[in-house]
Design a protein around this ligand. Structure first.
Ligand code: DAT
Length: 177
């Protein structure tokens, strides 16, 4: 980590978790608090056409991981980014100084996803993804375990406390570079 950190003066943060756990809300508040840049991969894929078409079955774009990584490489090298995505195993490991995995209780997540219009297999697949802690396992197998930080994200108070914790982490990181 020391060698990677020495190449950038600001850290890169990955915020991951099952859809609906609060990645975008948390990342956006954290960007406001720290002046780091929030990159929502879902929006970037749409804006820059970094996909291979639409998947009717999964009801989402088929993300082209190589195009996404090429698009981000220069910004990640400079540092100062908060990357928000519901997957984490295709980014280069060297990009991130901390990997935050947001977690939400199932009944809470159910309400958020149904409000978002998810139903049928899209709803059940995402709930199962959370029950089986798929993103936490993916993060642990893709990054050094000491930079993987699971955080509960059930309430507004937890968003505030997560943003406070991460803001302090960013300031400490920058002081220690
Ligand atoms: P994601 O980016 O992980 O898909 P989001 O930030 O879009 O999630 O949040 C989904 C919805 O849930 C949105 O209406 C805001 C709300 N929400 C997210 N995290 C929350 C939390 N910790 N407490 C209360 N509401 C939350």
């Amino acid at each position: 980590m020391a060698t990677q950190a020495s190449r950038r003066s600001k850290p890169n943060i990955l915020v991951t978790g099952t859809p609906g756990t609060g990645k975008t809300t948390t990342s956006s508040a954290l960007a406001d608090a720290t002046q780091l840049r929030h990159i929502c991969i879902g929006d970037l894929v749409k804006e820059k056409n970094l996909h291979d078409g639409w998947d009717d079955e999964l009801d989402c774009y088929i993300i082209n991981e190589d195009l996404v990584c090429d698009e981000l490489e220069n910004m990640m090298e400079v540092g100062g980014n908060i990357v928000d995505y519901h997957g984490c195993d295709f980014f280069p490991e060297r990009w991130f100084d901390i990997v935050v995995v947001l977690q939400t209780e199932n009944s809470v997540l159910y309400d958020r996803l149904t409000k978002r219009g998810y139903s049928g297999s899209k709803l059940s697949n995402n709930l199962e993804c959370e029950i089986f802690q798929v993103l936490l396992e993916e993060a642990k197998s893709s990054y050094s375990e000491d930079i993987v930080k699971p955080l509960n994200s059930n309430t507004i108070d937890e968003i505030s406390s997560n943003v406070d914790t991460l803001t302090t982490w960013v300031h400490n990181w920058q002081t220690n570079v």
